[in-house]
Design a protein around this ligand. Sequence first.
Ligand SMILES: [Zn+2]
Length: 441
Amino acid sequence: MKNQLITSRMVACLDTTDQIYKDGYLVIEDDRIVEIGYQKDLPKNRKYDSEVNLGNRLVMPGLINAHTHTPMTLFRGHVEGHTLFSLEGWYNTIRVLEFDMTPDMLPSAVSVSCAEMIRTGTTCFVDQYFWMDQIVPSVRESGMRAVLAYGIVELGKEEARNRELAAAAAFLESLKDDHLLTGWAGPHAFFVDNSITAMELEKELVEKYNAGFHTHFGTGQEENDHCRKAYGHSALTQLNEMGFLEYPIIAAHSITIPIADLHLLEGKPFTVAAAPSSGMRNAAGVAPLVELLEAGVNVALGTDNVTNNNSYDMFKELSLAGKLMALLHKDAAALPTRAILDMATLGGARAIGKEDEIGSLEVGKKADLISLDLDEIGWAPMGGQDVYTAIVYSITGQHVRDVMVDGKWLFRNDDWLTVNYQQACAELEIKHSELAAKIKK
Ligand SMILES: [Zn+2]
């Protein structure tokens, strides 16, 4: 067993008691936090296997990005000015690029994604894509924690359904006992491009592997229109009638989630993963965050793909969530700053059923943490601006200096220790050139 002492100007635990230690410390034993407190209370003459003084930095829990598609860095910049939030828009842009993509194009794109997430303070993410065998090695190399959902598109076609479900089952089996990576099912969108037959089979898979669903939901009115026509009620009601709400679901976007049906989600393991930047760039909108919180629905935040977002910086999402709600509700206090921070920390942890392990800095929890540079711009005056307000509205992912996951440093003093970012970028350029040449033909 190895222990390490970390000292820092400030430790913001973001736990339920909102503990902030000025001149604080943490002791980490292997992968877990075993002590947090004030440096003045540290026992003298105690020996540690390693000691790290972060200096004038603020330590806080790592952020959780609840909606990503890491291989899509490959397509960054390729669908500017188009919306991906309709079946037609997505099919005519992304799907066309995917037809020209080959599996060897994925690993470097995923590595660049992981490097950017680490650089901007994300320690855990929830992905959705196919060809997971090409994704897992890069994520593993990065040292990040992740829930990887096997993306399933079948458009009612039996052959595609059988092939994708078999691949998803093999993938879930392969991650059954993994330490940092968890396998989920990722139907691209219920009702829209996953038939009822496929959905029922996916439910069996999730039941068997004690997993969850990471899906797109409510990006427009497609599911609701379909379900009203076919069943006479909303897509959420139909999911309830089919028994889906008994399983963990991360419903990305949920812009058109019917507010009148939110009572169905009471006590259910359902999370709305709002992606404010993506919703705006796709000219679609944003989840009704105020109403969702009022109804007691768990809310997490995500960046979505960076094809047309175009950034993994979760600090931007924090800021936009608050600003959008203030604008929509014409109320500057529509969304409290602390509630916004919760979405990117414990909200994300609850989404994946790991709120007892990550999402806050507490004794007994995993050591997933980041440090923010207090010498950088945006904090002053420290006596005036509330620290949570500074984190949500004033600073960005560029303030991140150190990142630890599971007790291991992934980023120290502005440098990656796991991903070779320059090499991954160089490889991605080559793979992108190959893709671009295929598209031209
Ligand atoms: Zn998405």
